[in-house]
Design a protein around this ligand. Structure first.
Ligand code: ZN
Length: 477
């Protein structure tokens, strides 16, 4: 009774899989489900968007008729790095912002004494001062003026130093951009140089992405202009309703409203997903991000129901189901026909096992053929059991309170077991039920006294998403 998961076809260059880390890598694998061609994904964007070479390339791909996969992949290659970026922090610039060549701000007035020097490999500060027409002593003076001035000596290839020099040949100010958002500056005053740092906050705006899945969510998301992190966010939002490893089909549709970070007219990164719609096999799910008056943020359906369910389907993130729930099966060790009152998930020894719902640990110890076992009570109605563990997670003992997704132990093969797996049981009022067949109970919907406030957030977002979609569909005709 072994079910093999679908094998991911080699759609991506190896570097992609190597670069993505941990869960992301595994989930990426799961997302790359079917091989065929990909065309129908497009990003629309507000007027400030710049056309970069990557954008033009993307556009060219969208305009091109669908061809066989090999050709598509070849065109894909130049910006395949988009998904590779290990940007754990969604604040960093991502796919939406291919870095333009750094140029001094046009707004800066170029006074007669203005000099710009670009750092090349091997340059030192005194050499750059020399290039700007300043004596080496000026560099020393600058460096010793302030503790923080040393940051001017941490030179990066391509960095631009901007000098203002008086008619008498004296340096009056020096500044350089450390990043799109950060500039450091030294300005000469009566008492020598004063150091300051400007950090500009990017402005946030709403952006829209739309895609139709042709081969995988990963690829379609990329085509639609979403970063790898955003695709992962989308998966996490709809994870309770959609099985992204097995249920994604060609023709599934997604619409996303998200935050875009803009600085000086350039997109430099993305923020949160604000609202989304996902149509999987003809069934449509909605999600709206909402922060309660108390400050907790969750995603709810457009009607205000929780996206989060009281239970997740499986206690292991990525595992093979090695045996399903059944009323009678041949037991390999006991050598007789016996009911299997749970589901077995096979995974390597030591793989974390997570509580499928919030609850209180009733047992964390040995229990006969189950070996090392954890039993969790979830209120009065539900109980879950996890068997054959190698060991328990720190702090897990009878009486511990656990949260959904909290690691409670690790995959092992203790008790009557033929190999590393977790045996998972689900009980409703003391009766064993099939955890895979069970319709999962919902977590709490939006609080009554927040419903009106939620609707004020949700309705405009959903309306805007509809509008963006119809505009885009119309422009395609
Ligand atoms: Zn079992």
């Amino acid at each position: 009774m072994t079910t093999e998961p679908p094998k991911a076809p080699p759609l991506y260059p190896k570097s992609h899989l190597l670069a993505a880390s941990g869960i992301a890598a595994l989930l990426s694998l799961a997302l790359l489900v079917f091989p065929s061609s990909e065309v129908e994904a497009k990003r629309t964007s507000a007027p400030l968007e710049l056309q970069t070479p990557a954008d033009q390339l993307k556009q060219a791909q969208q305009d091109a008729p669908a061809t066989d996969l090999g050709e598509q992949e070849a065109v894909q290659a130049p910006f395949a790095h988009i998904d590779n970026e290990d940007d754990q922090d969604s604040n960093t610039a991502d796919a939406a912002a291919p870095a333009p060549v750094a140029k001094a701000d046009d707004s800066d007035k170029k006074a007669p004494g203005h000099r710009e020097v670009t750092v090349r490999k091997g340059d030192t500060l005194s050499k750059l001062f020399e290039e700007a027409g300043l004596p080496a002593t000026a560099a020393q003076e600058v460096m010793s003026s302030d503790k923080q001035a040393k940051q001017f000596a941490q030179l990066k290839n391509g960095q631009v130093l901007e000098f203002e020099i008086s008619p008498e040949g004296q340096l009056t100010s020096l500044h350089t951009k450390l990043s799109n958002t950060e500039t450091i500056r030294l300005v000469r005053g009566a008492k020598g140089f004063a150091f300051n740092r400007d950090v500009i906050k990017p402005t946030m705006r709403e952006a829209y992405a739309h895609g139709v899945i042709k081969n995988s969510l990963s690829l379609s998301g990329q085509r639609a202009g979403l970063s790898h992190n955003q695709v992962m966010d989308l998966v996490n939002i709809f994870n309770y309703d959609v099985d992204f490893a097995q249920d994604i089909r060609q023709g599934d549709v997604f619409d996303v409203m998200y935050e875009q970070k803009v600085l000086n007219g350039k997109v430099i990164g993305t923020g949160n997903i604000l609202a989304a719609r996902f149509t999987n096999r003809g069934k449509t799910y909605t999600a709206v991000r909402y922060t309660s008056k108390q400050g907790t943020t969750n995603y709810y359906t457009a009607e205000g129901n929780s996206m989060r369910k009281a239970f997740v389907r499986s206690p292991v993130d990525f595992a093979r189901i090695s045996s399903r729930f059944s009323v009678g099966r041949f037991h390999p060790i006991l050598n007789k026909i016996r009911a299997h009152q749970g589901v077995d998930y096979a995974a390597p020894r030591g793989t974390p096992i997570k509580a499928t719902g919030d609850g209180k640990v009733e047992l964390a110890g040995r229990r006969g053929g189950y070996g090392n076992t954890v039993i969790i009570a979830h209120g009065k109605t539900y109980k879950t059991l996890y068997g054959h563990m190698q060991g328990f997670a720190k702090g897990i003992h009878a009486g511990s309170v656990v949260k959904q997704g909290q690691v409670i132990g690790y995959i092992g093969t203790t008790g009557l077991s033929t190999g590393p797996h977790v045996h998972y049981e689900f009980q409703v009022n003391g009766v064993h039920v099939d955890p895979l067949g069970q319709k999962l109970p919902m977590a709490d919907p939006i609080a009554k006294n927040e419903k009106a406030r939620f609707m004020q957030v949700a309705q405009p977002l959903m309306a805007q998403m509809d509008q963006e979609k119809s505009t885009m569909v119309a422009s395609k005709k």
